[in-house]
Design a protein around this ligand. Sequence first.
Ligand SMILES: *[C@@H]1O[C@H](CO)[C@@H](O)[C@H](O)[C@H]1NC(C)=O
Length: 469
Amino acid sequence: MPIVSASLGALRSIIIQVVGFLFMIYYWILTVLSGAFLRKPTAEYNSELALARDNLWNLSKQPFGLHHRFLSLRDGYKFHYVTNTIASASLSAAASTRPLVIFLHGFPDSWAVWRHILASPWLRESSNLVAVDLPGYGGSDLLERYSATEVHERLTEFIIALRELYGIDDYTNDIQARVIIVGHDWGCGIAMRLAAEAPQLADRFILSNGPLVSSCTLSLSFMIVILRNRKALHTIKPIIRQVKSSGYVFALQLPRPIVRVQGSGGNGALLRMIHEMAHGTAGTPSAKDIAESVASSLGPGSAQDWREDTVNLEMQYSKAVVRQGSSEKFVSMTNYYRHGISAGHWDKSVETVAALYSIGRGSEIRRKSSHAGVFDEGPEGSLKSKATIVWGLSDDAIDPQLGLDGIADYLFKDSQVIVLPRAQHHTIVEKEGRAAVQKVIEWAVAGEEGDVAVVAKAAYPGATVTVRT
Ligand SMILES: *[C@@H]1O[C@H](CO)[C@@H](O)[C@H](O)[C@H]1NC(C)=O
């Protein structure tokens, strides 16, 4: 069968390239017609952008009162993150019993996409918040390949190191603090994979509007199935809608030089357009909002470069990160689409397996009602930890019918699906959507007391829980 699967693989990549090319032409026509492509950014916008970049990425500042930190892995790979609590040996007893909340962003963002939610004074007082930049994004190191193994191995080692830093698995504490992982878009896809294959990492996963690519690869394989089976015609509509709305996923898989032009063409028109759309339908975002969002995508730049004489290398961005131009940044962010992270197999290293086993056992011994014990085997990809899915139904990037259909089969006990009818893809940025996501996180931090449906509805009129397990 290897010949068949190889030729299917080749057919798939040909389809992706052709569809991607057509979509790219379509987008270029759209941006040119709308004038966005030729419109030069105003001087006001340019100075807002420089300001925002300094605010978000200058390591001598504390953006929104948060601290910049770095964490190096065994092989020297360095993550950048921001936090409200600097973990140290002298972390107070009170601080080490607070829940640890870890935020994973998506495309084309960085830690800063969470800035509105991280501003919650209650969350800051009640939990230790860590918003990390995914590999290749923001201030975290770049990778050669963004494959499933490369990315998930590194994030797992990072999360286990954080658990240690914040005293989660320190058995001299009487209370083991809870860990909550929150993901959006790619971060949601990655968090789902962690919940399925490394469920010991967190007590609850909060997942919002992801993962694009598996539904996209799904669409392609479905299409082949459906072309052979006419009876399934009623299911083809959402798939066509999905392919149409996720056209950019195909366009981002074109060869590197073309993607680079997509990122930089028209003075970064595409990034600006994506962020304008991310704010949803509630009013036009200000130049400052857009500049902040674009600065979040671009990460640190040459202005944040370090001087040889003054620095502690451990506390600086890597040279390769600050010296990467904005079109190269765009390419490394889009590599997630091109290197097949969501479809690929995650080969766990011996170290990862051992570390997961040891934190899993810890929770088994310490918690009588552990989720880390015997798993009910669901379909492949089933989550094995509690999850709360908060889904914007008006998402243009992911068709809700494809994203949510049959999801109950994939959920672990004590999980819920909350739908937000008006929210689009960027639930965590849109004003109404982010209020709902924030309240759900607060519910999890406070120990999950009361009904999460009531909590969500109070923050977002019309929010409904469609699935409970
Ligand atoms: C970073 O911030 C510090 C303190 O506000 C400032 O002195 C420095 O000039 C900034 N660096 C750059 C490159 O703007």
